[in-house]
Design a protein around this ligand. Structure first.
Ligand code: ATP
Length: 227
């Protein structure tokens, strides 16, 4: 399984107090499965993504990424996992301004030690950014930057793709297109996708929708209203 979470609990400092942000979270995502993570602002969606990406220390529970136990991993193993097995698409793209589009796309693959220019070029073509390969990020529109960020995430062929509001900065038309591409690329690469979104329209394009509320994660049936 690309992702298995068992009984995860996570506490945060809230002023002088500690409070449980996430309680008894369990989740499984199969290869090629696309899952939406919804919930009110502050419900803990980004924190959960950060825990899965080993960007925050795990306090209680188990996380297996592609069968590897994150809860027992050393720093070196966690770092290898971030480079080799998973990829993150951030809301604010996080492109490297000193690299052109082609080198931005290939960046994750190079870190993972599996750079393949033909794969980068094929991703660029699928995402409609192949005419921008020599351009630098500061000359691109928001929609173009987001496509580069998606191509970069997929360039290392991750088993698990995490996306934090990847279309939060795009208009409806662009957002729709980018989500469609992301879903079809994730499926054709057999990458599992966990995407944070505030949009019910986007959530309903996914295979499954989960909601975080009062610290708990529950499955929402498609078509069900938020809340
Ligand atoms: N390391 C931390 N220490 C203290 N509080 C934290 C920490 N990380 C997150 N929080 C708090 O935890 C809560 C959840 O934050 P998080 O960013 O995970 O929510 P979210 O659901 O992603 O929200 P949004 O939809 O607004 O992005 C917030 O109240 C935030 O201030």
């Amino acid at each position: 399984m690309p992702l298995t979470i068992n009984n995860l609990n996570h506490q945060i400092h809230d002023g002088h107090l500690q409070r449980w942000l996430l309680t008894r979270i369990s989740l499984e995502i199969a290869p090629g499965e696309c899952v939406a993570l919804t919930g009110d602002s502050g419900s803990g969606k980004t924190t959960l993504l950060n825990l899965i990406a080993a960007l925050e220390p795990l306090q209680q529970g188990e996380i297996y990424v592609s069968g590897q136990p994150l809860h027992r991993a050393t720093d070196k193993e966690r770092s290898r996992l971030r480079k080799q097995t998973l990829a993150i698409i951030f809301q604010h793209y996080n492109l490297l301004s000193c690299l052109n589009v082609l080198d931005n796309i290939g960046f994750s693959a190079r870190l993972a030690g599996r750079y393949d220019e033909s794969h980068s070029l094929s991703l660029a073509k699928h995402l409609g950014i192949d005419h921008l390969l020599e351009h630098y990020p500061d000359t691109l529109s928001g929609g173009e930057m987001q496509r580069v960020a998606i191509a970069r995430a997929l360039s290392a062929r991750p088993k698990l793709l995490l996306a934090d509001e990847p279309t939060g900065n795009l208009d409806n038309r662009n957002s729709d297109q980018v989500v469609k591409l992301l879903l079809s690329l994730a499926k054709s690469h057999h990458s599992a996708l966990l995407m944070v979104t505030h949009s019910s329209a986007i959530a309903e394009k996914m295979d499954k929708v989960y909601q975080l509320k009062d610290g708990c994660l529950s499955r929402r049936l498609l078509g069900e209203q938020n809340g």
